[in-house]
Write a protein that binds this ligand. Structure first.
Ligand SMILES: [Mn+2]
Length: 304
């Protein structure tokens, strides 16, 4: 059975504490549990103070078979940031703008170029999702259509190639939209001319949607991922409704990270959807869900 751990973002002390609480012990350089495995939800790097140490814990666990891990948007971004654009000499698939540089800076500061190269190489082995016996795991959104699109190119979770990165990281390329959905979730555009200011003071024209819910009858406020995100009480635009692919209520449970949830304690999003990212890198806590095969998820099974 599996313990699912959300976005770590360089917070190794919290990871060690959580692994201890879950009963994992170090043995021959890797944490392990006698009869359980961890599934890491991605986003190991950027932001936090102990990125190298996090990677030194996570990779050996995966390589020794004591854990599985999926790709986070930060790992894919890092690959694109360090991969030259075949069409534009001296430029990279993720443009080195001040904003992108800033987002990646902690990793650049904390890893030697040798370690960075080695971990980038490892990131290429991370699957974009896991569809296992009784549960599914993806960094941000399980969308059958997006997953099918990516599977057309890479259905066996083979190593991420430069061609895949090019297709996934450049706007207008075939895999761009699907990879955005899977690793960053879905957005719903507000009606023309409308905007709102999010809790960070950014003016936005799109909400991050509760993609797992059927959109019918929702307003922008109630369909936004966090209810304080958008104060717009208009009904969702027909296009947002028409393009939604909600997660079926009778499908296997799916686990995501990514959303920087803020709450005094974790809770499931739906009976078969749970997010295990409670913002350890933003004053929250590192969180796990201890899964024992149940198809109806329970708030009782979070550990933090
Ligand atoms: Mn993320």
């Amino acid at each position: 059975m599996y313990d699912l751990i959300g976005d770590i973002h360089g917070h190794a002390d919290e990871l060690v504490r959580l692994l201890g609480r879950l009963g994992y012990e170090t043995d021959q350089g890797s944490y392990r549990h006698r009869d359980r495995k961890i599934i890491f939800l991605g986003d190991f790097i950027d932001r936090g103070p102990q990125i190298h140490r996090v990677l030194e814990i996570v990779r050996p666990m995966v390589e020794a078979g004591h854990a599985l891990a999926v790709m986070g948007n930060h790992e894919l971004n890092a690959l694109a940031y360090h991969t030259e654009d075949p069409d534009l000499p001296n430029q990279y698939l993720r443009p080195r703008t001040p904003k992108n540089e800033h987002q990646h800076q902690a990793t650049l500061d904390q890893l030697t170029s040798h370690d960075l190269r080695s971990y980038l190489d490892w990131f290429r082995t991370l699957p974009m999702w896991l569809d296992l016996d009784g549960l599914r795991v993806v960094h941000a959104c399980w969308d059958e259509q997006a997953i099918a699109q990516i599977a057309k190119v890479n259905n066996k979770h083979a190593r991420i190639t430069d061609e895949f990165l090019h297709s996934a990281c450049r706007k207008g390329q075939p895999l761009f939209d699907s990879v955005e959905v899977v690793l960053k979730g879905k957005e719903g555009k507000l009606p023309e001319g409308m905007s709102f200011t999010d809790p960070y003071g950014h003016v936005r024209t799109e909400i991050r949607t509760r993609w797992y819910l059927p959109p019918n009858g929702h307003t922008y406020r109630t369909y936004a991922f966090q209810s304080d995100e958008c104060a717009c009480d208009l009904r969702l635009d027909a296009l947002v409704v028409a393009t939604a692919i909600p997660y079926p209520a009778d499908a296997k449970p799916v686990f995501v990270g990514h959303y920087w949830l803020a709450a005094p304690q974790p809770g499931v999003l739906a009976k078969n959807v749970a997010c295990v990212d409670y913002s350890v890198a933003k004053g929250g806590f590192l969180c796990a869900y201890r899964w024992n095969g149940e198809q109806k998820l329970s708030n009782e099974n979070f550990v933090w």
